[in-house]
Design a protein around this ligand. Structure first.
Ligand SMILES: NC(=O)c1ccc[n+]([C@@H]2O[C@H](COP(=O)([O-])OP(=O)(O)OC[C@H]3O[C@@H](n4cnc5c(N)ncnc54)[C@H](OP(=O)(O)O)[C@@H]3O)[C@@H](O)[C@H]2O)c1
Length: 242
């Protein structure tokens, strides 16, 4: 296959679906993964009606069995993987929560998808990513991951706190930096992305960015040139503080 191959998780809707669309428009062979077969297939059908081809893969980021079987089927089908976009994410917090009352189980559930599942999938796919000429790993983080901003009165996020979600994304950033370090002598680049505050089911209707723009950071980091950055947190080409 002469096309570059990209896998996007949580891609049946929102930023993930738009990322699939934009990568396919850049001539990638894109694997659209989703935890729900019917929703994933519907997304494939909808893209097809726009003249865009993508391939479906069933993948639940909260299930170790699902992750392992998806990784196995990718390794059977493809000789390498050029791009992994860890896009799937959940936010179980609400603005009414007082931090002392948040059940620990909510942290566990949030981390299962946003952190542990992401690590398991990435580990399972590193052999395939290493076989690509210059792979890119993009971890969908958030500006809400930034401890610098959260601790700084007047910063963009100082008064916006979702404890479990924010912590899962901060932990994800740590994984980004550690993985980038481990892969520093390869051509693989690993970065965290803040897509912006985007009008999706998660971002809500008041969000400032349209979905088309919300996918741009992921696409940019997935298509970084060989002299591009690694081990960073970026929004639209600009670095954000950890
Ligand atoms: N929207 C924003 O303003 C914003 C800002 C900063 C960061 N982000 C990050 O950007 C990413 C995409 O967000 P979005 O706004 O597009 O959210 P979204 O519209 O809620 O879409 C989230 C996607 O993740 C999938 N997902 C959730 N749990 C999953 C699991 N266990 N396995 C596989 N897929 C799963 C969802 O599938 P279902 O349809 O089956 O639920 C859906 O396809 C997330 O990581 C989010 O944290 C978003």
């Amino acid at each position: 296959m002469s096309q570059k191959i990209a896998l996007v998780t949580g891609a049946n809707k929102g930023i993930g679906l738009e990322t699939v669309r934009q990568l396919a428009q850049r001539d990638f062979h894109v694997i659209l993964s989703a935890r729900d077969q019917a929703k994933g297939q519907q997304a494939i059908t909808d893209l097809k009606s726009e003249g865009i081809n993508a391939e479906f893969l069933l993948l639940d980021m909260a299930s170790s069995d699902s992750i392992q079987s998806a990784a196995t089927s990718l390794a059977e089908k493809f000789s390498h993987l050029d791009v992994l976009i860890n896009n799937a994410g959940i936010n179980l917090d609400t603005t009414e929560d007082a931090i002392e009352n948040i059940p620990v189980q909510r942290y566990r559930d949030t981390f299962e998808t946003n952190f542990f599942g992401l690590i398991e999938l990435t580990q399972a796919l590193i052999p395939l990513l290493k076989k690509a000429p210059a792979a890119r790993i993009v971890n969908l983080s958030s500006i809400l991951s930034s401890l610098t901003y959260h601790a700084q009165p007047g910063s963009p996020t100082y008064d916006f706190k979702w404890a479990a979600y924010d912590a899962s994304k901060t932990a994800l950033n740590a994984y980004t930096v550690h993985l980038a370090y481990a892969l520093r002598d390869t051509k693989i680049k690993v970065n965290s992305a803040h897509p912006g505050w985007v009008k999706t089911d998660m971002g809500g209707e008041s969000a400032l960015m349209e979905i088309t723009d919300g996918a741009k950071t992921s696409v940019q980091l997935a298509t970084l040139p060989n002299d591009g950055p690694t081990a960073g947190l970026f929004h639209m080409g600009q670095p954000l503080p950890w």
